[in-house]
Design a protein around this ligand. Structure first.
Ligand code: APR
Length: 295
């Protein structure tokens, strides 16, 4: 398993918007499968401070947090798997969300330029499905941790199930289905509960687009996610295939001895001394870890 983290302190050129936004690092959404093509590109572009980290480990679930102090920082990274038992398809399982669609067709700036109606229809369906699902026990159990811990949830999911469950600190790395933004001003973000269609404009008369981070786009919340992960006393990773970067690289920012719980019926990584795997569904796996942590 290779874990790649792509960013650099400052892009060499054409970076006025990023630097004026105060960003010291920029990360872009990529799939694991494009690493082979990406590496020569990094070399060719002479990107600075490029990082590549490899993680190797073995399997098995051990209780790894014998001495838990109250109000420690628990950081939870979630992926599509935590919402699977609420009825939302994951991306890469057999009947996944992308079925019938090339991922670049519906989740890339090129796809948006080529066929905006298809992209809008795709996200309209996802948004409308949200109104038919509810948080499951895994979402709810994470809320219970807030009684004793500072809990930060970093989710790759664009649904609002963590918020509806009652979690107070949720960061959406890949955007939110219930928001849209202006094409003219990406800081202009609006709440949006119904269908978005061509002709829905912002106050600058520019087309609104889904507030989703598409492949190839910057991940603006990544800096914050890294800072939070660096402060983690305990890290939980739930229901993610660890195929999409930079999110999958967050694990590398946990301090060396931070206990990590990885909950997924098909875990993409292996255990180490401080990383424990629960090869099961989120509803049962999260319950076990929460019970252990709450004592
Ligand atoms: N409980 C926990 N995990 C589950 C469950 C379940 N009930 N069912 C499936 N899973 C696991 C799968 O084993 C898989 O490892 O959820 C994971 C889902 O993986 P993906 O579909 O790849 O979803 P995710 O890792 O969240 O994808 C990351 O990729 O397409 C982009 O931006 C999109 O945020 C998404 C990102």
């Amino acid at each position: 398993m290779s874990i790649l983290v792509v960013f650099w302190n400052r892009m060499k050129k054409n970076c006025t918007s990023a630097s004026s936004a105060g960003l010291s690092r920029i990360a872009f959404l990529i799939q694991n499968s494009i690493l082979d093509t990406l590496l020569p590109l990094v070399e060719a572009l002479e990107l600075t401070n490029f990082k590549l980290k490899i993680s190797n480990a073995q399997r098995g679930y051990n209780k790894i947090t014998n001495h838990i102090n109250p109000m420690q920082n628990i950081v939870v990274l979630t992926g599509a798997g935590i919402s699977a038992e609420s009825g939302i398809n994951t991306f890469r399982d057999a009947n996944g969300l992308w079925e019938g669609h090339d991922v670049m067709e519906v989740a890339s700036p090129q796809g948006w330029r080529n066929n905006p109606e298809l992209v809008l229809d795709f996200y309209n369906k996802r948004r409308s499905q949200l109104h038919t699902v509810t948080p499951n026990k895994a979402h709810l159990d994470l809320v219970a941790l807030e009684d004793k811990f500072n809990v930060s949830i970093i989710t790759q999911n664009v649904d609002d199930l963590h918020e509806r469950a009652g979690s107070n600190n949720v960061i959406h790395l890949h955007g939110e289905l219930l928001k849209v933004r202006s094409q003219f001003d990406e800081q202009l973000v609006l709440d949006w509960k119904h269908d978005l269609i061509l002709g829905d404009h912002c106050e600058h008369n520019s087309q609104l687009r889904p507030h989703i981070v598409w492949f190839g786009e910057a991940v603006p919340m990544m800096d914050l996610a890294i800072e939070i992960t660096e402060q983690a006393d305990i890290l939980m990773i739930i229901g993610t295939s660890m195929q999409v970067y930079p999110a999958a690289g967050l694990l590398q920012y946990a301090r060396h001895q931070t206990p990590v719980y990885f909950i997924d019926p098909n875990p993409a990584i292996s255990p180490t001394e401080h990383l424990s795997i629960l090869s099961e569904k989120a509803t049962t796996g999260v319950a076990k870890v929460v019970e252990e942590l709450l004592g």
